[in-house]
Design a protein around this ligand. Structure first.
Ligand code: AMP
Length: 558
């Protein structure tokens, strides 16, 4: 409950995705969304297909009629999707959410068990599926009972796919289903707090957790994302979201683009370096967004083939830390970078690294220092860092603590999980550990479960890893905390050497000595053939902890 004195005399219009859809269709009606189906010419999939925001709104309306009239989708039922980024995906998203139902994009990169878990947990009624993923979805749906209908995109007859799905599931063809429907829908006036979309966050441990966005949170997030210091796009730009729709609605770009009139290029399934280059280059893309692994592949392709991207103005990069060498590579080709940090729970934008005073004039390595931070929050995200007891820590750029956030586009609970995830002041603990400086710039130093707790003080595993990979013989480094009888935990440095290189424990420790506080120095170095990673390229520390569970430090013997 809020305190209130006199009510204003301003219009009380709920914030709704319907307004974004209608704004895009009217003011930017001729702005295009181009989908690359990525199968190349000669295939049954057209290589590139262009529609407008006006078409998308009309087809979203037809889709809403179809699922209401033929599939009986009413109220807050969940409509899932199982496809790559394409125009139809936006039609399904808007058609579902503006109707008052809930759009639930599924991450096809998860294991089938996890996808099945999400479908059951969310009780999804219908799923729109790319024909190339129909076989996988058919397997996933064995052992689910909420899904009554599957709609296969494209115009192929539904019978072609029916045999792939368990008995009792009705299979439809997307184009046949929406064909001939009214392209106008009398969208309901929804309470702005109504749920609109459901995305599951996938940690490295435990079951995926559902984040249930509202119309209001998505609209406010779009307004935050649309500023020059955030996504940096305008109605004159072309955006290619490499980040998939199931990852927090393509980092909110699904709502930002029509609310700004930004032209979209949707990449379809092929996201290797050569394909992303071809897309960016052919479509003269000005802005793009994705995780570091995508940009690594792009940069490797460009270097190997000596090609350029003169139209590309900005690369938004998040999901994992953006390496310094990658930032430099883009700057050297005249492209700005925007390192961003966020979480599914935050819709997802949390911070973005732009150069504001007093840093705008910095050059060279000092410029890279700022661009490599995770940046500062836009208006609408409040942040604090605390110790384990919840005491606030200073913004001095050095002290690090648990990063906690609050804002109108941040989750206050997980979908159908009965647990309080907020502290007494209403802040959500991100599970990340970071510093904050006096200008609001945040730097991630760890995940809270990875930070090393030595004698009551914290040691940043990421800082040690970054330092160790500076040694010329080191390919990759990971640091984990291992039990120590005196200090509770001490850092163990795990190193994978570059092929054909050699270095001893002493070489590496000598290299690190003097560059960090003495008490941060790893107690030992272990050499491994390979460091395990998650599906999104994050170091899998749970696996390393398991691998070294019987390890004891030489220093622990006494
Ligand atoms: P997700 O919800 O899948 O987007 O994962 C969110 C988590 O990814 C965050 O809590 C961070 O641990 C990590 N993450 C996201 N962006 C960055 C970044 N720029 N640097 C370091 N870690 C990041």
């Amino acid at each position: 409950s809020y305190s209130r004195s006199m009510l204003s005399t301003m219009m009380d219009i709920p914030l709704s995705l319907t307004r974004i859809l209608e704004y895009g269709a009217s003011v930017h009606g001729s702005t295009t969304v181009t989908t690359w189906h990525g199968e190349g010419t000669g295939s049954e999939f057209d290589p590139a297909e262009e529609v407008t925001f006006r078409d998308i709104a009309a087809r979203a309306a037809a889709f809403a009629h179809a699922i209401h009239d033929d599939l009986g989708i009413t109220g807050d039922e969940r409509v899932g999707s199982f496809m790559w980024n394409c125009a139809e995906h936006l039609e399904v998203m808007f058609g579902t959410a503006c109707k008052g139902a809930i759009f639930a994009p599924l991450n096809k990169q998860l294991m089938n068990d996890q996808i099945r878990h999400i479908i059951n947990h969310a009780e999804i009624s219908a799923i729109v599926c790319d024909p190339r993923l129909a076989q996988q979805l058919g397997k996933v749906l064995v052992g689910t009972d909420s899904v009554k209908s599957v709609i296969i995109t494209g115009a192929q007859p539904a019978q072609q796919f029916a045999h792939l799905f368990p008995r009792g599931i009705e299979v439809y063809s997307y184009e046949a289903l929406i064909d001939g429907r009214s392209t106008v829908y009398d969208w309901p006036e929804l309470d702005e707090r109504t749920a609109a979309a459901l995305c599951y966050s996938t940690g490295t441990t435990g079951a995926p957790k559902g984040v249930l966005y509202s119309h209001r949170s998505n609209v406010l997030h779009a307004l935050m994302a649309n500023s020059k210091d955030a996504l940096g796009t305008s109605a004159s730009d072309t955006m290619l979201p490499v980040v998939p729709l199931f990852h927090a609605n393509s980092w909110g770009i699904a709502f930002s683009a029509p609310s700004m009139g930004t032209k979209l290029v949707m990449p379809g399934p092929k996201l290797d370096g050569a394909s992303v280059y071809e897309l960016l280059s052919t479509e003269k893309v000005t802005h793009t967004a994705g995780v570091p692994t995508v940009w690594l592949m792009l940069l490797q392709y460009m270097a190997a083939n000596n090609v350029k991207l003169p139209d590309l103005q900005m690369v938004v990069c998040g999901g994992s830390a953006m390496p310094r060498s990658m930032i430099k590579a883009f700057l050297d080709m005249g492209t700005q970078v925007r390192h961003a940090w966020g979480m599914t729970e935050m819709s997802p934008l949390g911070t973005l690294a732009t150069l504001k005073p007093p840093f705008s004039e910095r050059t060279g390595e000092e410029r890279l220092d700022i661009l490599q931070t995770q940046g500062y929050p836009p208006f609408g995200v409040e942040m604090k860092i605390t110790d384990d007891a919840g005491k606030e820590l200073p913004w001095d750029g050095k002290t690090f603590g648990r990063l906690k956030v609050s804002g109108p586009a941040i989750a206050k609970a997980y979908f159908r999980v009965d647990a309080n995830i907020l502290d007494d002041a209403g802040f959500f603990d991100t599970g990340d550990v970071s510093t904050m400086d006096e200008h609001g710039y945040m730097r991630i130093t760890d995940r809270s479960k990875d930070v090393i707790k030595s004698g009551g003080e914290w040691i940043s595993s990421i800082d040690l890893e970054n330092l160790a990979v500076g040694h010329p013989a080191v390919a990759e480094a990971a640091v984990i905390g291992v039990h120590h009888p005196k200090w509770d935990e001490r850092p163990l440095l795990i190193v994978q050497l570059k092929q054909g290189e050699s270095a001893t424990r002493e070489d590496i420790l000598k290299y690190m000595d003097g560059k960090i506080a003495k008490w941060w120095m790893p107690d030992d170095v272990a050499f491994v053939d390979g460091i395990p990673h998650t599906a999104t390229g994050k170091i899998l520390k749970t696996a390393l902890r398991d691998q070294f569970k019987d390890y004891t430090f030489p220093t622990a013997a006494a």
